[in-house]
Design a binder for this molecule. Sequence first.
Ligand SMILES: Cc1cc2nc3c(=O)[nH]c(=O)nc-3n(C[C@H](O)[C@H](O)[C@H](O)COP(=O)(O)OP(=O)(O)OC[C@H]3O[C@@H](n4cnc5c(N)ncnc54)[C@H](O)[C@@H]3O)c2cc1C
Length: 253
Amino acid sequence: MEERVLAVHHWTDRLFSFTTTRDSGFRFRNGEFTMTGIKVDGKPLLRAYSVASPNYEETLEFYSIKVPNGPLTSRLQHLKEGDTVIVGRKATGTLVIDNLREGKNLYLLATGTGVAPFLSIIRDPETYDRFEKIVLVHGCRQIAELAYGESMVKALHDHEFLADEVKAKLFYYPTVTREPFIHEGRISKLIDDGQLFADIGLPPLDKSRDRVMLCGSTQMMVDLKSRLVERGFEEGNHGEAGDFVLEKAFAER
Ligand SMILES: Cc1cc2nc3c(=O)[nH]c(=O)nc-3n(C[C@H](O)[C@H](O)[C@H](O)COP(=O)(O)OP(=O)(O)OC[C@H]3O[C@@H](n4cnc5c(N)ncnc54)[C@H](O)[C@@H]3O)c2cc1C
């Protein structure tokens, strides 16, 4: 489907987001991704992109890296209002709350652009119906790289329908690894030393109560998955709900 770009925002020299029109026939579940891109020499050049906007909105929003010399993003970063982008007709992915067993607390653990699917999930009313607390942890190298996620969370506090639920249930926990900040260090370290749980006032991860979604680099997922498996958490996927689900934020080459 061809969609029109309605807005573009550059958050840092490496990160931007863009909003597009949405075909009324395009359906997705919050947390899913679709193949998105542009035509190059008349042929579609597409990559997997998480939909960052929730599925009840009339427009679509995506959050993108700018990879120097990246076949798609070296071009996509020059998008302007009025340009055309291609959005795949089918959305898919494992990061959907239906793939999780019943639980009390939902942990959404992301690094980098891996926060995108979670920005859709934290704007889904069903997330607040199903869980008592929702903890969004976003790890980046630098503070500036948190800006998109932070602004989305801030906006939710004034959301027409969700503001009260968000104030009562959502914890936003940004952390950086390369600068002094209110929270510092990798997510794995914050789990190991208990700092995350001390800061938010919840008990350490427990399979009987907690459900987890992971989205980040391969290394981040190896590190965090091993900590969950050690605690007896079982991985879920389509058809079989589990205690945690994961998806790569990008494929390394
Ligand atoms: C399931 C899934 C969902 C994805 N969702 C998003 C998304 O919402 N936003 C997004 O920006 N990208 C996302 N990606 C990555 C995306 O598909 C492309 O890789 C990215 O747009 C770069 O495309 P490219 O052609 O410029 O470079 P590519 O040739 O695709 O990538 C070149 C290299 O850049 C690095 N890289 C690629 N993407 C990223 C990234 N997001 N963060 C850090 N390093 C990266 C990797 O080392 C990769 O090998 C997703 C990937 C998968 C598998």
